[in-house]
Design a protein around this ligand. Structure first.
Ligand SMILES: [Cu+2]
Length: 95
């Protein structure tokens, strides 16, 4: 039987699909991670892995993408990724 560990982290600063893509790309580089699901409106990153992934590794990956893992799920502040596809203040193209 295969056991999958699923862990959800709160990540601040994500405001658009491009932000989500950046985080997903970085988190997927963590050994053992099999799936990454990002909920931008909720500011949540759900990571599925074959074995428990250390929070430190997740924090480092998220930081690499330019965002920050927060323990609390409130107070989602900060600027967007600044990418050309961001739609935090204007209408952007849908992913
Ligand atoms: Cu963005």
């Amino acid at each position: 039987m295969t056991t999958t560990t699923t862990t959800t982290y709160s990540v601040s600063g994500m405001t658009c699909g491009h932000c989500a893509a950046s985080v997903t790309t970085e988190v997927r580089t963590i050994p053992g991670v099999t799936e990454v699901a990002v909920d931008v409106p909720a500011g949540l990153v759900t990571i599925s892995s074959a074995a428990p992934v250390s929070p430190g590794a997740v924090k480092a990956a998220v930081a690499e993408a330019g965002y920050e893992v927060t323990e609390a799920s409130d107070e989602v502040t900060g600027s967007c990724c600044g990418g050309s596809t961001c739609s935090s203040s204007s209408t952007g193209s849908a992913p």
